[in-house]
Design a binder for this molecule. Structure first.
Ligand code: DC
Length: 228
């Protein structure tokens, strides 16, 4: 039997960095489900579809074979055999992923793939609906969050470091908008599962957050860090 750990939370809470580090520590596979939504958006955009147009996106689903492969422990996303791992990280694809993720048929399409990976492997799986919809029986569910101001502050620092000229207020408005979209969409909205452990990283740094998550995993699942 595989051990499944579900991690959900809003954009910018550091989920992927923290989940990836914890997965590595316990020798689990880290599954970034957002990459699957991004891969559908990538294909749709490249084939001339409007990602907001459900009919156009649904018509393409049968032509898309998304796959997750692990190369040296790192997740790669393939679409019809092409490694798109880097190409799906553009602002255009981010917006497209947000659009296609609101289409119920897209969520159904990706559901079985996510379930199968979790059935066959020990996973730390991160997303928005993992504890609530995809893996309701996960051994451990975590809701990882931080205040909107803190998430905006971290994102602002990253953008300034990249040389982008953007104000804190703009970043905060964007964070608030994305939270609203994720939490208010009709299907599989972001919310804390009733049995999820709340992890608030507002007051802790990255290493502190990783240690917090690893401590909870060890306590609640009995998994042991590799090498100990
Ligand atoms: O985590 P991310 O930014 O890569 O996610 C991309 C989009 O996909 C985001 O708008 C939310 C959506 N998503 C989702 O609806 N359900 C998931 N399990 C993961 C991501």
């Amino acid at each position: 039997m595989s051990i499944n750990i579900a991690i959900d939370g809003p954009a910018g809470a550091g989920k992927s960095t923290i989940a990836k580090a914890a997965a590595k520590k316990f020798g689990f596979i880290y599954v970034d489900t957002g990459a699957l939504y991004r891969s559908i958006a990538y294909y749709a955009i490249n084939h001339g579809a409007d990602t907001k147009n459900a009919e156009q996106v649904i018509a393409m689903l049968n032509d898309i074979t998304p796959e997750l492969k692990y190369i040296n422990g790192v997740q790669h996303v393939f679409v019809n055999g092409e490694d798109v791992s880097n190409k799906i990280r553009t602002p255009e694809v981010s917006m497209g992923a947000s659009n296609v993720s609101a289409i119920p048929a897209v969520r159904d399409f990706l559901f079985e793939l996510q379930r199968r990976i979790a059935r066959e492997n020990n996973v730390v799986m991160d997303g928005r609906d993992i504890g609530t919809v995809v893996l309701p029986d996960a051994e451990l569910k975590i809701y990882l969050t931080a205040s909107a101001e803190e998430r905006a502050r971290r994102r602002h620092v990253e953008l300034i470091e990249k040389g982008e000229n953007v104000s804190f207020e703009e970043v905060l408005a964007d964070v608030n908008q994305r939270d609203y979209n994720d939490m208010h969409r009709e299907i599989a909205p972001l919310k804390q599962a009733e049995d999820a452990v709340l992890c608030d990283t507002t007051e802790v740094d990255l290493q502190g957050a990783i240690d917090m998550l690893c401590g909870i995993i060890e306590d609640k699942t009995g998994a042991k860090p590799r090498g100990n």
